[in-house]
Write a protein that binds this ligand. Structure first.
Ligand SMILES: Cc1ncc(COP(=O)(O)O)c(C=O)c1O
Length: 384
C-alpha cells in the first residue's frame, strides 16, 4: 500500500526551512510545485501572445474544478468558481431570499467571525437568527436540536472551526436540519484538503472555500458547491453574466425573423453563479495543489497531522497551556490557553517558531504535511 514519504514532502515546502511554522490555518505556504506552475503562468503572461482562456490554461482551470469535485465527492456540475468563502456564503443568502423569508437561520458561535457578522447585519433586515453557544468549546447536538425547528430554513456552520479546530458533527446536524425541511451550509475552508469531506454522506447542501489554507493555493480564488437540484431553484444567482445575441443590422446581415432583437440563452448549471473571468493565477495554483493533495491522499495527510496533534495535546497542558480542543478531534487545528500571551509570543518568535495568538490568550497551532517532530521539539523548548 502507498504511504507518502513525509520527509520528502517537507522538502516541497521551503517555508519549513524559514521557521517552525504552525499557522497553516491562517495561510498555508505554496509547495514548490504550485509555485512552479504559477511561475510558468507568469512567464507566459509576460512573454507570450494569447488569452488565459485558450486551451492551455483553460484545461488547468477546468481540471481544477473536477479535482475539487472529487475531493469533496460532488459532481463537477455542482461546482462553481468563487472568489472567497465569506463572499460565497453571503451570495448564497442573497440568492435564497424567497426560501428564507419568514423563517429562521441557525448557526453556532464556533462559525467564522465574518460569517457571524454577516448574519448579525441581516437581522437589521428582519432575519431571525439563532446562534447556539458552545459549551466548554464544543457544540452540543442537543443545543442544536433545540434551536432547529419547523421554521428553520438554513443551518450554517464551519465544518472545522477556525477557533479551536472543532470538527462539526455535521452528519447529525444535517439530519436535524433536513428533518425540519431546512438546508445545511458548511464553510469548508479549514477542512478541504485537511480532513476527508463527502458532501453526499455528510448531508451538506451547499459549501464554499477559497484555496489559501489547506488547499495550499492563493487568496481570492476558491470553489462553491451547490447541490444540483438547488441550483436556480432554491438558490438563485444574484449577479448575472452571459452573452446576448443582437438580431438586427448592422450586427447581423441576415436577421432571423423568428427571434427578437436581443436574445440570450441562460448560462447552464453552476456557471450561473460565476461572474467574469476567474483568477487564472488561482486556478493554475489550485490545479497543481489539488493534484498534489490527491496524490498524497487526504487520509494520509490527516494521519500524519494527527500524529503531531496528539503530541501537542499530550505535552502542552503539562507546560501550563490547557487545551480548548477536544481530545481525539480529527482536524488540523488545535488551540491552547496561554498563561501569558506576550511572553509566549516573544519566546516563540525568538526561537523561530510561528504560532497564532487569537482572542487574547488562545494560542492556535495548525500543523500540516511538512511539519515534523523537530518543529514540535522547537516549540516545546521555546515554551518550557
Ligand atoms: C472558517 C473560516 N472561514 C472563512 C475564512 C475567510 O476566508 P475567505 O477569505 O475565503 O472569505 C477563514 C479564514 O480566514 C476561516 O478560518
Amino acid at each position: 500500500m502507498y504511504t507518502p514519504d513525509f520527509a520528502a514532502v517537507r522538502l516541497d515546502f521551503p517555508r519549513a526551512r524559514t521557521a517552525a511554522y504552525f499557522d497553516n490555518a491562517s495561510s498555508h505556504p505554496l509547495s514548490v510545485h504550485s509555485a512552479a506552475a504559477l511561475h510558468r503562468y507568469v512567464e507566459w503572461l509576460t512573454h507570450e501572445v494569447g488569452e488565459p482562456w485558450w486551451p492551455q490554461w483553460a484545461a488547468s482551470r477546468d481540471e481544477a474544478k473536477h479535482l475539487f469535485a472529487q475531493l469533496i465527492n460532488a459532481e463537477p456540475r455542482e461546482i462553481a468558481f468563487a472568489r472567497s468563502t465569506v463572499e460565497s456564503e453571503s451570495n448564497l443568502l442573497n440568492g435564497m431570499g424567497e426560501f428564507l423569508a419568514g423563517g429562521n437561520v441557525v448557526t453556532n458561535d464556533l462559525h467564522y467571525g465574518a460569517a457571524l457578522y454577516n448574519y448579525q447585519m441581516r437581522k437589521q433586515d428582519g432575519l431571525e437568527l439563532r446562534v447556539v453557544k458552545n459549551r466548554n468549546w464544543q457544540i452540543e447536538l442537543g443545543d442544536m436540536a433545540k434551536a432547529i425547528d419547523q421554521h428553520t430554513r438554513l443551518v450554517s456552520l464551519s465544518l472545522v472551526s477556525n477557533v479551536n479546530g472543532l470538527l462539526a458533527q455535521v452528519k447529525e446536524i444535517a439530519a436535524l436540519a433536513h428533518a425540519r425541511g431546512a438546508l445545511l451550509y458548511a464553510d469548508i475552508i479549514q477542512a478541504a484538503g485537511a480532513v476527508p469531506i463527502d458532501v453526499k454522506a455528510m448531508g451538506i447542501d451547499m459549501a464554499a472555500c477559497s484555496t489559501f489554507k489547506w488547499l495550499m493555493g492563493v487568496k481570492g480564488f476558491g470553489f462553491l458547491y451547490v447541490r444540483a437540484d438547488l441550483q436556480n431553484t432554491v438558490v438563485k444567482p444574484t449577479q448575472h453574466s452571459g452573452g446576448v445575441r443582437q438580431n438586427y443590422a448592422p450586427w447581423t446581415p441576415a436577421p432571423d425573423p423568428a427571434l427578437s432583437d436581443f436574445s440570450h440563452t441562460p448560462v447552464p448549471g453552476p456557471h450561473c453563479y460565476e461572474v467574469s473571468y476567474p483568477s487564472y493565477e488561482g486556478a493554475v495554483c489550485a490545479h497543481e495543489s489539488l493534484r498534489y493533495i490527491l496524490r498524497l491522499g487526504v487520509l494520509h495527510i490527516r494521519a500524519h497531522v494527527r500524529g503531531l496533534a496528539e503530541r501537542l495535546q499530550e505535552e502542552l497542558p503539562a507546560l501550563g497551556y490547557p487545551s480548548i480542543t477536544p481530545r481525539g478531534n480529527e482536524s488540523s487545528i488545535l488551540a491552547f490557553v496561554s498563561p501569558n500571551p506576550e511572553a509566549t509570543l516573544a519566546r516563540t518568535r525568538a526561537a523561530g517558531v510561528h504560532v497564532a495568538m487569537r482572542y487574547g490568550n488562545k494560542m492556535r497551532l495548525s500543523p500540516s504535511v511538512y511539519n515534523n517532530h523537530d518543529d514540535i521539539d522547537r516549540l516545546l523548548a521555546a515554551l518550557n
